[in-house]
Write a protein that binds this ligand. Structure first.
Ligand code: C5P
Length: 221
């Protein structure tokens, strides 16, 4: 294994959750820890890549030799990702982007004046789809976290989002996936499928980066 497989390749990773503001003190978010994305950033830097990590709010330190762009909302993450187009050869979408955001963020803290309340939500942009449809399209990898019908949904996303590769993750199994230290995945491409057995996220990240590098270099040549 050539440890400098991605020497000087420009690689962008999105990681962590996004936060969608309801008012100045409240937001909608999810349980993503960012661990998998940060592990990938670190493994890609080890492989020689120039890594930009677009990160939602996490408690993780920025890995060595990685440039981090901090974002809060899906809209911010989308903007930061689009700004990387043209200087990005590989894009890995590992973030757990909120699918919806409140239609309006209230200017002031909302008071509990009523017995019930409604929050009107609107769809967020699909960042990885926007990247894969861009005229300066990088080699694009997505993740599919599912609780059922994992491979069928993952292949559907690979096709619908026009990805080069998708990493399928069974989040019904609590020993892997969200917040866990271990992960086990199946990697799907248009014409292949490969399992990576359960192991620590850092070790898995190294294997994933190796697979991504091989596919990327195949497409290049
Ligand atoms: O459709 P779903 O959210 O399951 O797709 C997951 C993949 O799409 C992940 O790679 C995730 O980072 C990416 N995604 C995105 N922008 C969104 C929603 C998902 O980039 N708004």
């Amino acid at each position: 294994f050539n440890s400098r497989l991605l020497d000087r390749v420009q690689l962008t990773i999105t990681a962590g959750p996004t936060r969608e503001a309801i008012d100045p003190v409240r937001y909608i978010s999810n349980h993503s820890s960012g661990k998998m994305g940060y592990a990938l950033a670190s493994a890609a830097a080890d492989a020689g890549a120039q890594v930009t990590l677009i990160s939602g709010p996490t408690n993780l330190p920025c890995p060595d030799r990685v440039k981090r762009i901090d974002v809060i909302s899906a809209a911010d993450m989308h903007g930061a990702a689009m700004a990387m187009m043209g200087e990005c050869q590989i894009f890995i979408a590992c973030a757990a982007v909120a699918d919806y955001r409140p239609n309006n963020c209230a200017d002031q803290k909302i008071k509990k004046d009523n017995d019930s309340m409604r929050i009107d939500l609107v769809r967020n942009p699909d960042i990885v789809s926007a990247v894969a449809s861009h005229s300066l399209r990088p080699f694009t990898i997505g993740f599919a976290a599912e609780t059922q019908d994992l491979l069928r949904y993952a292949r559907g996303k690979l096709e619908r989002k026009k990805l080069d590769m998708i990493v399928a993750n069974d989040v019904a199994n609590t020993s892997i996936g969200f917040n866990a230290n271990d992960n086990a995945v199946t990697v799907l491409t248009a014409n292949g499928e490969q399992n990576i057995a359960q192991m620590g996220k850092n070790q898995l990240a190294a294997q994933l980066i190796q697979l991504i590098a091989q596919q990327f270099l195949n497409v290049q040549s």
